[in-house]
Design a protein around this ligand. Sequence first.
Ligand code: IPE
Ligand code: IPE
Ligand code: MG
Length: 248
Amino acid sequence: MTDSPLSVPPQRIPLHVAIIMDGNGRWALQRGLPRLAGHKAGTENLRRVIRSTVEFGIPYLTIYAFSTENWGRPTEEVQGLMRILEDVIDRELNELHKEGVQLRHIGRLERLAPRLQQKVLEAVELTKNNQRLVLNIAFNYGGRDEIVQAVQKIIRDGVPAEDVTDERIGQYLYTAGVPDPDLIIRTSGELRVSNFLIWQAAYSEWYITPTFWPDFDKNEYRRALETFAQRDRRYGGVSDVVADKAGQ
Ligand code: IPE
Ligand code: IPE
Ligand code: MG
């Protein structure tokens, strides 16, 4: 089957897409499988989505893989998710590196097993000069935790109150230097932010689909991008069309 092309003008391709990969558990449940089978299928899908992201020419992708709240899940599931991250690094790192993907981790490393921490750091180090796609993996990530840490560091650095600006806070977040996400995709239909990029998402556009993450395919990704391209981003102002009319 040949792919239909993406009908989006280049200037309407988002610079940064962020994805809340949700619905693995329900995907598995629907098939009478254990939840971890859903997470494995989700990981397979991630590989395809990364590839499509490169193909679509999107330079930044952030994926939400494990939240600071996900520690509250049954131990077996938490351990399974840790194992999956380790497997992904073991199995995919060389390929991702070859494809020019720069891996970054956003979130807290401390609570992960030392061996896993080591692998994450090595993956980041190995790929740090790659330019084709910056892939932020949000693992043990929480938006509030990120802001709390930023504030603590700002105070420790002795930044004077009047210098605590929007930009300055941005420089203290994990995403320093990365443009804010233009488009956030959430699969599985939930209408909430679940502590993801709460600072950076101030003016992101949302695309929410009932599709469970393992089934979110290239066609649907393309649809998300085409929908995004139609959006009128006003940032609190008025749309260009309205502004032009007003000025006439
Ligand atoms: C998303 O799928 C993956 C993680 C949160 C790690 P879920 O595991 O949340 O799947 P549902 O929401 O229970 O279906
Ligand atoms: C958000 O999904 C976290 C990830 C996708 C990693 P959750 O499934 O944890 O979110 P809630 O619990 O439905 O808000
Ligand atoms: Mg979920």
